[in-house]
Design a protein around this ligand. Structure first.
Ligand code: ADP
Ligand code: MG
Length: 563
């Protein structure tokens, strides 16, 4: 087949331009990205071979190899993993499928200055393309395990790439970077230096579970024939090592590898379960919600390992849907290597594990709340909306979830409150927790329903997420105090004076009977009843729902869902 030339997809071209002209100072991370891809490819091959023993692939010595050629100024990252077919290379390398990256590019277009650019590159994983930060040409040769023919991909990153088939490609993938000319001013970025490469691997990829080997140049000069390659990483599974032997940085690098995130996580959670069903878990709370968290195809779940062997990504059976943003690794001692998603969903041990992990995550958030209020605030801002889904779906953990939930309130303009704090501030004689739902804080505050509460200085929770409508009904009360919408039913705000009030109201109702009757008749198609109210101080009238009725926002939501 002749060599074919293709154009990069628009987003891919933008990303490449960015990489080529990057001012990003931490260029070393390109190697982490390439090693991360190689490691994924080895995981995939091992798994595929496990599922299908007839696959014509050699899995006897799976590893990653780094090769430096000082004279040619090239650095090659080679793996003997799953590889890619001709079509896959075009699809996976020529386009950008990751929605987070597309979002990243949008933000980038909006921030014009170089400093913003640098910050943004640091925040997003740009994967394979990061090679173009250090190379002016990249060649990738790959052969998919089980296939006879290989593929060569080449590009200078300037709009086009070429594809051609090759006959003698070894199984797996090699990526060769033709490094940019050496900068005599800056020896720090000499990627032909074995010392430099060793240091980067140690820093970013030590925990990779496959050997990363390098044969130092010049080693061949000895008489003992073939030079001995050196293994650069310790390959120790971080989750299996004692806490005090692992640095925060090491945990963070693992997070970046498995979370496909370039930022540090907000919190690291460790759990070791001993006994009849042993497992180790290392979970991370990210610092930022991904853009596709609320889309149907959001890939949720943590990685599952069995005795250090990678089994699957996105194992959704290990955590409930409302913790779908949690990343990490769970390594179980007593599961079959052939375990399937279907089996996991029904397994009794997995069920127990999910419950334990859920409680552990929630108690970690509780700790953050107590000791690290800034980090808790970040967590709640990013993930509060998702967590509140649990108030509806997870009755078992409802109390734990309520304890870590916080809500905007009239008590403070910007700082949200917990229900417990609200209760502490309740006025004498106030029996209920009041809330009002709406589209925004401002629209709620402007609602006529708020007038009487403002006049009496009674705190009201201001709930603006669609899920709020649902959980307040599902939860019903907190510490014996009913959650009551200020827009529903009759509300008696003056507690002790209730009796006097009733008399007064009756008297006034009689007085106004004519008017109320007349209005009731004219509005008969629109309202159930017209009554006098003590809830208004400024507005002349407002519309109130019955306690059991849907609020307008919920009505809209159900209507939108076609119900
Ligand atoms: P990501 O790793 O986040 O998916 P990358 O840009 O790093 O994004 O890689 C894009 C895709 O290209 C990978 O998902 C993978 O399918 C494929 N790929 C990259 N490197 C390799 C490799 N060494 N072996 C097999 N597939 C690879
Ligand atoms: Mg990658």
């Amino acid at each position: 087949m002749p060599t074919e030339t293709f154009e990069f997809q628009v987003e891919a071209r933008q990303l490449l331009q960015l990489m080529i002209h990057s001012v990003y100072s931490n260029k070393d991370v390109f190697l982490r990205e390439l090693v991360s891809n190689a490691s994924d490819a080895l995981d995939k091959l091992r798994l595929e071979k496990l599922k299908d023993d007839s696959l014509d692939a050699d899995v006897s010595d799976l590893h990653i190899e780094l090769d430096i050629d000082k004279d040619a100024r090239t650095l090659t990252v080679r793996d003997n993993g799953i590889g890619m077919s001709y079509d896959e290379v075009g699809r996976l390398i020529g386009t950008i499928a990751n929605s987070g990256t597309a979002e990243f590019l949008k933000e980038l277009r909006e921030s014009k200055d170089a400093a913003g650019e640098e910050g943004l590159i640091g925040q997003f994983g740009v994967g394979f393309y990061s090679g173009f930060m250090v190379a002016d040409e990249v060649t990738l040769v790959t052969r998919r395990a089980g296939e006879a023919q290989g593929t060569r991909w080449t590009s200078r990153g300037e709009g086009t790439y070429t594809l051609t088939t090759v006959e003698d490609a070894p199984q797996g993938t090699s990526v060769t970077l033709h490094l940019k000319p050496a900068d005599p001013e800056n020896q720090l970025h000499d990627y032909t230096s074995p010392w430099k490469i060793r240091e980067i691997v140690k820093r970013y990829s030590d925990f990779i579970t496959w050997p990363i080997r390098m044969t130092p140049e010049g080693a061949a000069a000895s008489d003992e024939g073939e030079p001995e390659p050196e293994t650069l990483n310790s390959m120790k599974a971080l989750w299996a090592r004692p806490r005090d032997q692992v640095s925060d940085d090491e945990y963070h690098e693992l997070y970046k590898h498995i979370g496909h995130d370039w930022r540090d996580p907000l919190e690291t959670i460790r759990l070791q379960a001993e006994g009849t069903f042993e497992y180790q878990a290392l979970l991370f709370l990210p610092a930022h919600a991904p853009h596709d968290l609320f889309t149907r195809d959001f890939r949720r779940g943590v990685q599952l390992y069995v005795k250090r062997v990678f089994i699957m990504d996105d194992c959704e059976a290990l955590l409930p849907p409302y913790l779908r943003f949690v990343k990490g690794v769970v390594d179980a001692a007593d599961l079959s290597l052939n375990v399937s998603r279907e089996i996991l969903q029904q397994d009794r041990h997995i069920e127990m594990m999910r419950r334990r992990l859920t409680k552990k995550v929630l108690s970690t958030v509780k700790d953050l709340m107590g000791e690290e209020s800034d980090r808790y605030a970040t967590f709640w801002r990013e993930f509060g909306t998702v967590l509140k889904e649990g108030l509806v779906t997870d009755a078992e953990n409802r109390d734990a979830l309520l304890a870590v939930s916080s809500f905007a309130s009239t008590h403070h303009d910007t700082e949200p409150t917990t229900l417990a704090r609200y209760v502490e501030r309740m006025k004498d004689g106030q029996d209920d927790i009041y809330y009002l739902t709406g589209e925004s804080r401002q629209s709620i505050e402007n609602s006529p329903h708020m007038e009487a509460f403002r006049a009496r200085d009674i705190e009201v929770l201001l709930l603006t997420d669609p899920v709020d409508e649902v959980w307040v009904d599902a939860v019903g009360e907190f510490e014996g105090k009913k959650l009551r919408s200020v827009a529903k039913g009759e509300i008696d705000l003056d507690g002790e004076d209730a009796e006097a009030d009733d008399e007064e109201r009756e008297k006034r109702s009689e007085e106004y009977a004519g008017l109320l009757g007349w209005m009731g008749k004219h509005l008969a198609d629109d309202v159930k009843e017209v009554r006098l109210s003590s809830r208004l101080t400024v507005s002349p009238a407002c519309v109130v729902s019955d306690t059991g009725d849907l609020t307008p926002a919920l009505e809209n939501m159900y209507r939108a869902m076609g119900q």
